[in-house]
Design a protein around this ligand. Structure first.
Ligand code: BTN
Length: 246
């Protein structure tokens, strides 16, 4: 059951706090948020910078009974939970970019970093880290971000309470995670695809280009190439083919 929330003032990275808690035997469903995260980590070795006291930096410890290859589904679930949370706050239409980015009008409102401790056969724990831009303003973001950023405040004109936002997010995550445990993962791809920003869009990943076709049962991105082949993408970054982003 997702729900126990620990609130810290300063922390380097909530991912590290949650990992320490996991190693000390904290129960599944424990979440930790920091009001001032000073060395946040993003995907692909990037850093995640957030102005003190304005945004949500939260890491959730899960101990799923999933096969290791299905662990990425948790990041997808978390992105759906974040999309629902920001829409509760009045943000119109939150869309998803594979694997876990949450976008509003093509601007990034949240990113998710999933870190797992697992071997070939089983998953010991997964830490799902959510960076959600809540009360940041345009001037709080660096000018050179790979994707332009937005926040709940910038979308709605209203400030939100960070703890309340965290609790709402955990509520959505709890419902989705319980459903996963009860019914299995079949519902995740169609639910994620219903918010997919790039359905049917030409996308590129390293040397593969194809049209966004869907999500596999393990969370892999499926691209349909010009030759009609389905390519499974399991890691890295996938961008619109015409994008100039590097
Ligand atoms: C990304 O889009 O690159 C993922 C960003 C994830 C940032 C969050 S903030 C809470 C948690 N602690 C971290 O150090 N990173 C994640």
């Amino acid at each position: 059951m997702v729900g126990r929330l620990i609130i810290r003032g300063d922390a380097e990275s909530t991912q590290d706090l949650a990992r320490e808690m996991a190693l000390q035997g904290a129960p599944a469903g424990t979440a930790v948020m920091a009001l001032n995260q000073t060395r946040g980590r993003g995907r692909m070795g990037r850093s995640w910078i957030s102005p003190p006291g304005k945004n949500l930096a939260l890491s959730l410890l899960l101990r799923p009974t999933l096969l290791p290859r299905d662990a990425p589904l948790l990041g997808l679930l978390a992105s759906i939970a974040v999309a629902e949370t920001v829409e509760d706050a009045g943000v119109p239409e939150a869309r998803l970019r594979w694997p876990n980015d949450v976008l509003v009008s093509d601007k990034k409102i949240a990113g998710i970093l999933s870190e797992a401790s697992m071997d070939d056969r089983s998953v010991e724990f997964v830490i799902v880290g959510v960076g959600l831009n809540v009360n940041a303003q345009e001037s709080d973001f660096p000018a050179d971000l790979p994707t332009p950023a937005t926040s709940v405040l910038m979308c709605t004109g209203r400030e939100s309470d960070l703890e309340q936002t965290a609790r709402r997010l955990l509520g959505h995550m709890d419902r989705l995670y319980e459903k996963l445990n009860r019914e299995g993962s079949g519902f995740v791809p169609p639910l994620w695809e219903s918010r997919w920003a790039h359905c049917g869009v030409r996308l590129t990943h390293k040397k593969v280009t194809g049209v966004g076709h869907g999500i596999g049962s393990d969370g892999a991105l499926l691209l349909k190439t010009d030759q009609g082949r389905i390519e499974r993408i399991t890691s890295g970054e996938v961008l619109p083919a015409e994008s100039t982003r590097t």
